[in-house]
Design a protein around this ligand. Structure first.
Ligand code: NAD
Ligand code: DAO
Ligand code: ZN
Ligand code: ZN
Length: 369
């Protein structure tokens, strides 16, 4: 079938809106009509050419929501008309990873997904007879896409697509890091580095679980009012701290953070986030994705004296199980998504969404189909 898509033909170039061809779903696959898709930092990272796994030409987008249009043979958990959120971290419920409660990193389709292909090793998308790669197993910058059944979370039908699409990445990544990875407890003191689309969700997750102090760290003071609305209790602009930032944060938190979260993707702030943690028990969670080849460092004595360094992908969430619950939290008013979606636009204007992100003028732009 013909579908409208924003195609990344080359790194560093704007996306091009084209009519491309999409083959129907094969065994275990599902055709989804995408209704909305957020534009995430990671789409921009891959488009920039700095992502070592980036493939071109490709159809990006991994933060979508839509409706099942058709199911391939063998699909049992979904039917046409179901509302779904695509999952770049699938949940097969059968692989060694899914069966281990310590991880959410299902490996059932990891190899082919990393190659920009469906599990049978081919692409469903083509343009002028030549294959186009899938992206993060999702390719939501197209009005129709095909995904494996195990990479779709079924959600309630009254949830608005243009809001809950954000649960496909940013919301789940931020809130999940607090709830699933760190398991922040009531009364905790938390420090969040980076108050963008991820950090603000960490903040609202920390508030939701009852943290007492939530310190936000950002070099852009324009982020302060929204972060306060989401639960930040103290704001620190590193540019306005005269001495050492880590010492300042340790003092502000009365001895160090119980948990810190790095939501920027810089190795220097990852180190600061670890070192502002409380001696003896503080845990730092890396969420930000650093550039290819970069390395983190600290003095090992930071770990010897009881600080822990860990990371979180997709908020430690098992998508088919956890995403529908997060949709419920939104529908029940427990979490705020509306104030984070600062811009919406048709597919034809998707490059404006990337510009707004680069200019730091948006939290989330959402393409509506
Ligand atoms: P964003 O650009 O919206 O926010 C980053 C914030 O960091 C901005 O407010 C910026 O002003 C601030 N900042 C930049 N440099 C700083 C510095 N030196 N000190 C303090 N603040 C600084 O980005 P985002 O969408 O929130 O994404 C954050 C990171 O999370 C990215 O690296 C992204 O790739 C990553 N990410 C990870 C996962 C995961 O599963 N681990 C999922 C999605 C995104
Ligand atoms: O299983 O090896 C693996 C890959 C897991 C990918 C997790 C990606 C999370 C971070 C990338 C940012 C997503 C928007
Ligand atoms: Zn994302
Ligand atoms: Zn699995």
């Amino acid at each position: 079938m013909d579908v409208r898509a924003a195609v990344a033909f080359e790194a560093g170039k704007p996306l091009e809106i084209e009519t491309v061809q999409l083959e129907g779903p094969k065994a275990g696959e599902v055709l989804v009509e995408i209704k909305a898709s957020g534009i995430c930092h990671t789409d921009a990272f891959t488009l920039s050419g700095e992502d070592p796994e980036g493939l071109f030409p490709s159809i990006f987008g991994h933060e979508g929501a839509g409706v099942v249009a058709e199911c391939g043979p063998g699909v049992t958990s979904l039917k046409p008309g179901d509302h779904v959120i695509p999952l770049y971290t699938p949940e097969c419920r059968e692989c060694d990873y899914c069966l281990n409660p310590k991880t959410n990193l299902c490996q059932a389709i990891r190899t082919t997904q990393g190659q920009g292909l469906m599990p049978d090793g081919t692409s469903r998308f083509s343009y002028k007879g030549k294959p186009i790669f899938h992206y993060m197993g999702c390719s939501t910058f197209a009005n129709y896409t095909v995904l494996p059944e195990i990479a779709l979370a079924k959600i309630r039908k009254d949830a608005p697509f243009d809001k809950v699409c954000y649960i496909g990445c940013g919301v789940t990544t931020g809130i999940g890091a607090v709830v699933n990875t760190a398991k922040v407890t009531p009364g905790a003191r938390v420090v969040v580095f980076g108050l963008g689309g991820i950090g603000l969700n960490v903040i609202q997750g920390a508030r939701m679980v009852g943290a007492d102090q939530i310190v936000g760290v950002d070099i852009n003071p324009a982020k302060k009012p929204l972060a306060e609305k989401f639960g930040m209790t103290d704001f620190v602009n590193p540019k306005e701290v005269s001495g050492d930032l880590v010492a300042h944060l340790v003092e502000l938190t009365g001895g160090g953070a119980d948990w810190s979260f790095e939501c920027i993707g810089r190795t220097d702030t990852m180190r600061q986030a670890l070192e502002c943690c409380h001696k003896g028990w503080g845990e730092s969670v890396i969420i930000g994705v650093a550039g290819a080849g970069q390395e983190i460092s600290t003095r090992p004595f930071q770990l010897v004296t009881g600080r822990t360094w860990k990371g979180s992908a997709f908020g430690g969430a098992r998508g088919r199980t956890d995403v529908p619950k997060i949709v419920d939290w939104y529908m029940d008013g427990k979490i705020n998504i509306d104030d984070l979606i600062t811009h919406t636009m048709p597919l034809e204007e998707i490059n404006k969404g990337f510009d707004l992100m680069h200019e730091g003028r948006s939290i989330r732009s959402v393409v509506v189909y």
